[in-house]
Design a protein. Structure first.
Length: 115
């Protein structure tokens, strides 16, 4: 299993970013996917998850209405569109999949929201 995140960067408050996570090594279309984030000095928290078909999505309350998770099963990629970014969204963002009882993680991509 390999997960590779990209799309992070430095953005001003109110700005937008779209994160991507390219997956390989497993049957992507058969698994739900989750985005997590970890801010400095804080525990990792889940941000958004999507079912294998993309028909069901869930969000942590702090990002509802601002973030959108989606997936393209033809491209084995899951996305996180982040709008109206706030300084408190600053964190390393990870995508994750649980396959055969094991949690797999990418290397993460840094998102910094600052003026």
């Amino acid at each position: 299993v390999q997960l590779v995140e990209s799309g992070g960067g430095l953005v001003q408050p109110g700005g937008s970013l779209r994160l991507s996570c390219a997956a390989s090594g497993f049957s992507f279309r058969s698994y739900g996917m989750t985005w997590y984030r970890q801010a400095p000095g804080k525990e990792r928290e889940w941000v958004a998850r999507i079912s294998n078909s993309g028909g069901i999505t869930q969000y942590v309350d702090s990002v509802k209405g601002r973030f959108t998770i989606s997936r393209d099963n033809a491209k084995n990629t899951v996305y996180l569109q982040m709008n109206s970014l706030k300084p408190e969204d600053t964190a390393v963002y990870y995508c994750s999949v649980k396959s055969r009882g094991t949690d797999y993680w990418g290397q993460g991509t840094q998102v910094t929201v600052s003026s």
